[in-house]
Write a protein that binds this ligand. Structure first.
Ligand code: MLC
Ligand code: AMP
Length: 491
């Protein structure tokens, strides 16, 4: 059983969560999560790793449900609040979820599952107080969570982590970054990814700190919350810092001075999930007095490499291996090479995931014969700090901190009746890191607005191409394979 709940008992009276509806103590959270666990269990004594998918906005309810699933012995499958139906359906069906917990605002989109006899449709408002019952003993090697990540296969893969993995991911960061009960953080990242789930919420709640939710990103709202004077720890992706800077620059001098004074009192500000541009790091330092702590991680491994909490935070670098995480660099044959030569980052340690859900072959491919996880990221060490140089696959795009598979988008585009062929790439963008763009070979003239509308029904808005180019043919090598580097040049 996760230590998270044991720790929560230490801070009963303290405020754990602040959301749009109110403030909730650790005691409230423990009680509500027990209610959720009781309801899910009904007459069973243990959910035995049944998958419980839930579509709930970031809130007290979200955390109570996540903790309730864990305490009942289920595997938590958080669904993305901005997914269109086909993307939700893919996750629900791929995990073979047996329970689907739905907040009122999402009942309509998930209504096709209401009458599905293979899944139990539970409305959030149906959880009721009930007599306390004994919860199952759960060994830490059991599955706890499945998060979906895009990769070099066209469809996203479920990343299965155990309770022990989750605990290792949390405790490593709590120690490295000095989380403590007087911390107060703002949680605004999507809660179907590790950054928001582990680094922000779980680390805070492990430490007796307070999490305030802002269920969507809005620069003005973020500064308003900061100015209330409570937040002292903040974590976000580089695009969010970029957007905060852009908004700050529109404010009056008086407002800017007040914000700067407030930000200087923060304990910690972190950036990750994508490369932090040096220009953003420098401008944010002018605004806040903080050198952002940049760290490196991945859904499969939690956080692995981090700039120091105490000590120099070096721009353009991701720092050193976190305690408990083994890091090495390798050549293409998985031979370890000296750290001052560029190579693939490979990782070992208790935070590394168990398997891709029901994908034994993909799991086997992701590890070396001696058990190192192959990240696909290329790095080098310079003066004691790792620096990311790129990725081994051009088909993985990082936009706004989201990992996006070019192949997945191409596959969807190819199902359009007017599209003969297509190639999707990410092109560098100051604000988004990379921007998704697509070259299309079409059967006939194509209405781009109608195409956009069509694709929005099929995949989340953050995955859809921001620009299309109509071409006669895609650039190819002598083998007939599309040359994506050439394709990038067209944009
Ligand atoms: C939104 N848009 C995007 C986008 N997000 N386009 C490309 N890439 C993205 N990531 C589009 C929308 O579709 C919309 O277009 C327009 O931008 C504005 O949308 P919005 O919803 O108003 O944008 P905003 O709320 O400002 O979203 C930006 C953001 C969001 C940065 C807050 O992208 C975000 O939450 N990113 C964080 C993702 C994350 O948590 N990643 C961690 C993965 S874990 P239109 O046309 O509809 O107007 C991981 C491991 C690790 O990476 O190391 O942490
Ligand atoms: P995800 O699969 O969404 O968890 O994304 C993980 C990927 O994000 C990593 O494999 C890296 O490519 C990228 N990433 C995370 N942190 C950083 C960082 N600080 N700098 C560069 N890339 C990063």
């Amino acid at each position: 059983m996760l230590n998270l709940f044991e720790k929560g008992k230490k801070y009963k009276e303290k405020i754990a969560i602040v959301d749009e509806k109110g403030a909730y103590s650790y005691e409230n959270l423990l009680e509500k999560s027990q209610e959720v666990a009781n309801s899910l269990l009904e007459k069973e004594i243990d959910l035995k790793e049944k998958r419980v998918a839930f579509l709930v906005s970031p809130s007290f309810d979200y955390i109570s449900i996540q903790w309730g699933i864990w305490q009942a012995g289920g595997i938590a499958v958080p669904l993305c609040v901005s997914y269109p139906f086909p993307s939700l359906q893919y996750v629900i069906e791929d995990t073979q979820a047996e329970y689907l917990i739905v907040a009122p605002e999402f009942e309509e989109i998930l209504s096709p599952y209401r009458k599905d006899s293979s899944i139990k449709f539970i409305r959030v408002q149906d959880f009721q107080a009930s007599a306390k019952r004994k919860l199952p003993e759960i060994s830490k090697d059991r599955g706890g969570m499945i998060l979906y990540t895009s990769g070099t296969t066209s469809l996203p893969k479920g990343v299965l982590t155990t309770h022990a993995n989750i605990e290792a991911q949390i405790s490593t960061l709590v120690d490295a970054w000095g989380w403590n009960p007087s911390d107060y953080t703002l949680s605004l990242l999507p809660l179907h990814h590790v950054h928001g789930i582990i680094n922000v919420n779980s680390c805070a709640l492990w430490s007796g700190a307070t999490v305030e939710f802002l269920p969507y990103f809005d620069a003005q709202a973020v500064f308003e919350i900061f100015m209330k004077g409570r937040v002292n720890v903040f974590m976000a992706v580089p695009t969010i810092y970029f957007k905060l800077i852009a908004y700050y620059d529109t404010l009056s001098e008086e407002e800017q001075i007040a914000i700067t004074e407030r930000l200087k009192t923060f304990r910690l500000m972190v950036s990750g999930s994508a490369a932090l541009p040096i220009s953003v790091m420098e401008r944010w330092h002018q605004i806040s007095g903080h050198y952002l702590l940049e760290r490196y991680g991945m859904t499969e491994i939690g956080m692995a490499i981090s700039n120091p909490y105490h000590g120099e935070r070096r721009a353009g670098h991701i720092g050193q291996a976190l305690k408990g995480v083994e890091v090495r660099l390798c050549d293409e044959q998985d031979n370890e090479i000296p750290l001052d030569q560029p190579g693939e980052i490979q990782i070992k340690g208790p935070s590394v995931f168990k398997a891709y859900w029901k994908k034994a072959e993909a799991t086997a491919k992701a590890f070396t014969v001696d058990g190192w996880f192959k990240t696909g990221d290329i790095a080098v060490m310079e003066d004691g700090y790792f620096k990311i140089l790129g990725r081994d696959s051009i088909d993985i795009i990082k936009s706004g901190g989201y990992k996006i598979s070019a192949l997945e988008i191409e596959e969807v585009l190819r199902t359009h009746s007017s599209i003969k062929d297509c190639g999707v790439v990410g092109i560098p963008d100051e604000e988004w890191g990379e921007k998704v763009v697509a070259a299309l070979v079409t059967e006939e003239a194509i209405d781009i607005e109608a195409l956009n509308h069509w694709i929005r029904g099929k995949m989340p808005a953050y995955k859809i191409p921001r620009k299309y180019l109509i071409v006669d043919d895609l650039p190819r090598n002598t083998m007939g394979k599309v040359t994506k580097n050439e394709l990038k040049k067209l944009f």
